[in-house]
Design a protein around this ligand. Structure first.
Ligand code: SAM
Length: 277
């Protein structure tokens, strides 16, 4: 089975090998057959398709395995970009590998790599977080977990959540540099950078900038060594907060904001300091 990357906007980005593979297989498993039908029509191909999405992926394993056992070659594609990257396919690929089937990647576009390659943020280490949780409180918690993370953080976001997500980033990541990559490889491709608060103003001033598809990239936290050169140590800050009468819960929130990490672990450490006194 070939896992074939398809364009994320610009059809010219389909590689010759991807086109040749799609034209040579007996069947194509596609996330949305109607959507992919347009790509196949553009390529002048008429290959039988079957749908493979989150809701039928497990059931499709047996069927696709039978086709492979019968000697057919199959291609897996998603609506855009590389299958399995925030797209269906993981269950299938894993199951087929466990059955000893030959899985061949045919690489090509992916929004996360495309965005990182031109954003101007550090790329030596990055963490891809997929889509953040939809519920505002859970989304904020997820961002809090990445607060002290030193690698560039990359995630996908939809146009109707970009503004609340920037607001949450502003609360949690404060002055951190954020780059928004919008409509990559398409006519209105844009890269915007600034603090989350600055980006919110730009989106407010030009609502067109809030339209389309987004990759959000956040500069990592300063390295621990730099953090420890701060004028105060973690211990000093915690003790000062308690001495000034700030409650344990609030102190934990301040410490998480300043040094990163989970509020719960700061809470436990503050409790320990308090009981030592
Ligand atoms: N498999 C795809 C890949 O390899 O990039 C990602 C699929 S995921 C369901 C779709 C999300 O990817 C969108 O919501 C958006 O965040 C991001 N995305 C896809 N195409 C994009 C583009 N042209 N510009 C910016 N972001 C894009």
């Amino acid at each position: 089975m070939y896992v074939v990357a398809t364009p994320i906007g610009n059809l010219q980005d389909l590689s010759p090998r991807a086109a040749q593979t799609l034209g040579s297989v007996a069947r194509i498993a596609a996330e949305d057959t109607r959507h992919s039908g347009r790509l196949l029509a553009h390529l002048g191909l008429n290959v039988p398709m079957l749908s493979l999405h989150d809701h039928n992926e497990a059931q499709r394993v047996e069927q696709l395995d039978r086709y492979l056992a019968a000697g057919e070659d199959i291609a897996l594609i998603s609506d855009a970009g590389t299958p399995l990257i925030s797209d269906p396919g993981f269950v299938l690929v894993r199951a087929l590998r466990q059955r000893g089937r030959h899985i061949v990647p045919v690489p090509g576009p992916s929004a996360l790599i495309t965005a990182l390659s031109a954003a101007g943020l550090p790329t030596d280490r990055f963490t891809f977080a997929g889509f953040l949780p939809a519920k505002p409180a859970v989304r904020k918690q997820a961002l809090e977990q990445w607060q002290g993370h030193e690698a560039t953080l990359v995630f996908y976001e939809s146009p109707h959540r970009i503004v609340p997500t920037l607001a949450a980033l502003s609360e949690v990541m404060g002055q951190r540099e954020v780059v928004l990559a919008r409509e990559l490889t398409k006519t209105f491709e844009t890269f915007l950078s600034g603090t989350p608060a600055e980006l919110l103003i730009q989106l407010e001033e030009d609502p067109n900038q809030a339209r389309g598809e987004f990759v959000v990239m956040v500069h990592g936290a300063p390295p621990r060594t730099e953090q420890s050169q701060h004028a105060f140590s973690e211990e000093t800050l915690l003790k000062t907060l308690l001495a000034e009468g700030v409650g344990v819960k609030q102190s934990a929130a301040v410490a998480a904001r300043v040094f990163g990490g989970r509020k719960q672990s700061w809470y436990a450490r503050l409790q320990a300091i308090k009981s030592d006194d």
